[in-house]
Ligand binder design. Structure first.
Ligand code: DGL
Length: 265
């Protein structure tokens, strides 16, 4: 079983930021990544729709005999993780609890701002996850729909980006949060700008490293870590034309993307 790949899915390109952390921690694992580029975005959609898509995504990954699945999409994790775990026997790791854990470790004053898609914020999954870790925590949530487009366009450093980030983040900062949790796959690309706008006294954290840690723990517990010391293979599947995925995804993953196949859902 330990030679089987890890499966990762996202609504499209964004989950590559999570994959980046994963391959840094587990470089010998083979990975099958599915980006649902034909049906992106999930961040504007209802729970029912996101659940239907997510079940199909898990089924697709299971056809590749994955040993564990990472739901890299925050919107999907927020709405569907518990249901997916009831439906499927394969271990499934989401990004919400890891993100919340990272934010709890970072905060000193117990006041945390959560930035995410409209759908993720509507789900209140981050509030619940944070409160499970510490009931006294104060959470200020803000949906930031434009940030996904800015990240995909690569507009992460200019004045337009700065003013959009300012507009979303200023009301959150007013609530005296000392930590901003990036509750969306795309926001790590905007982290330098978010840090600039928020100032030095505010910590900006994302779910990547903690998600990789959660995956490593489960694989180690179940004796599923790949034993061979060679670089893992990455295979990508997308539900629309691969071209844009390859082009934009390279920035998200931090390396060239090869081995991409189109599948129809
Ligand atoms: N992957 C989504 C998330 O992390 C962002 C893009 C989308 O809306 O599908 O919530």
């Amino acid at each position: 079983m330990n030679r089987q790949p890890i499966g990762v899915f996202d609504s499209g390109i964004g989950g590559l930021t999570i994959l980046r952390s994963l391959i840094r921690s587990l470089p010998h694992e083979d990975v099958i990544y599915f980006g649902d580029t034909a049906r992106v975005p999930y961040g504007t959609k209802s729970k029912d729709t996101v659940l239907k898509f997510s079940i199909e995504n898990v089924e697709l990954l299971l056809r590749h005999h994955v040993k564990l699945i990472v739901v890299a999409c925050h919107t999907s994790s927020a709405w569907t993780l518990e249901t997916l775990r009831q439906y499927f026997r394969v271990p499934i790791v989401g990004v919400v609890t890891p993100g919340a854990t990272a934010a709890m470790a970072a905060t000193h004053n117990g006041r945390i701002g959560v930035l995410g898609t409209a759908s993720t914020i509507r789900s209140k999954a981050y509030e619940r996850a944070l409160r499970r870790l510490d009931r006294s925590v104060s959470v200020v949530s803000q949906s930031c729909p434009l940030l996904v487009s800015l990240a995909e366009e690569g507009w992460t450093k200019d004045a337009i980006c700065r003013s959009v980030v300012q507009k979303y983040v200023a009301p959150v900062l007013k609530q005296r949060v000392d930590t901003l949790l990036l509750g969306c796959t795309h926001y790590p690309l905007l982290a330098p700008m978010i840090r600039r706008v928020a100032g030095r006294s505010v910590r900006v954290v994302d779910a990547g490293r903690q998600t990789a840690r959660a995956v490593t723990e489960i694989l180690a517990d179940q004796g599923l870590i790949h034993q061979y010391h060679r670089r893992g293979r990455m295979t990508f599947y997308v539900s629309d034309e691969p071209e844009r995925f390859v082009q934009v995804g390279t920035t998200f993953l931090g390396q060239r993307i090869r081995n991409v196949h189109r599948v129809s859902m």
